[in-house]
Write a protein that binds this ligand. Structure first.
Ligand SMILES: CC(C)(COP(=O)(O)OP(=O)(O)OC[C@H]1O[C@@H](n2cnc3c(N)ncnc32)[C@H](O)[C@@H]1OP(=O)(O)O)[C@@H](O)C(=O)NCCC(=O)NCCS
Length: 149
């Protein structure tokens, strides 16, 4: 069987594509994304304020990393979203998108990338650890991780 070929882009996805992707991924998050945010408002915030790193399978947004690189003073970026459509889990999409995000941060002179991950999200925690993010703080449910660039 022929392997699916994903196309990777930066800052191409539009509002409706981000909503469609996040809605399809909603229940994969711990807790579900819609329990934490209004997906339409969140997608709007992402499109307006974040840089998006995207994996496409045809017209479908198969994977999405979104990060804020707006702190020009401290040069700290913040990854707000990492998600892959369930049917494409385990194909290296999130890892590739995270590498794209890290590479982008470096080219923009950023010194650190932060993110927050739910303790229950084992796959995400493994992914970030594999990419050398370190835990710097934690609450009952959330771990803050950082990568120094
Ligand atoms: C976390 C998530 C984005 C990973 O996406 P993915 O495209 O399947 O990940 P990749 O195939 O790139 O895997 C990269 C690494 O993540 C880790 N990982 C991925 N799936 C895993 C699983 N089911 N169990 C344990 N570790 C896993 C592994 O370390 C893997 O590296 P390896 O393949 O070399 O072992 C995906 O599971 C997801 O969308 N989860 C729901 C949303 C979510 O929790 N996002 C994070 C919010 S902080």
């Amino acid at each position: 069987m022929k392997a699916i070929e994903f196309v990777y882009t930066t800052a191409v996805a539009d509002y409706s594509q981000v909503i469609a992707h996040l809605t399809a991924c909603d229940e994969n998050f711990f807790p579900s994304l819609s329990k934490k945010v209004d997906i339409a408002l969140y997608a709007d915030k992402i499109i307006k304020n974040a840089v998006t790193f995207e994996a496409w399978e045809g017209e479908n947004l198969a994977g999405l990393v979104a990060a804020y690189f707006n702190d020009e003073l401290l040069k700290k970026g913040f990854i707000t979203n990492v998600s892959t459509l369930k049917k494409y889990f385990g194909k290296g999409i999130a890892k590739k998108l995270m590498y794209m995000c890290i590479g982008y941060a470096k080219t923009k002179g950023y010194e650190e990338i932060l993110l927050e991950v739910s303790k229950e999200s084992e796959a995400a925690r493994n992914l970030y650890t594999k990419l050398n993010f370190n835990a710097v703080a934690e609450t009952a449910k959330i771990i803050t991780m950082t990568l120094k660039l």
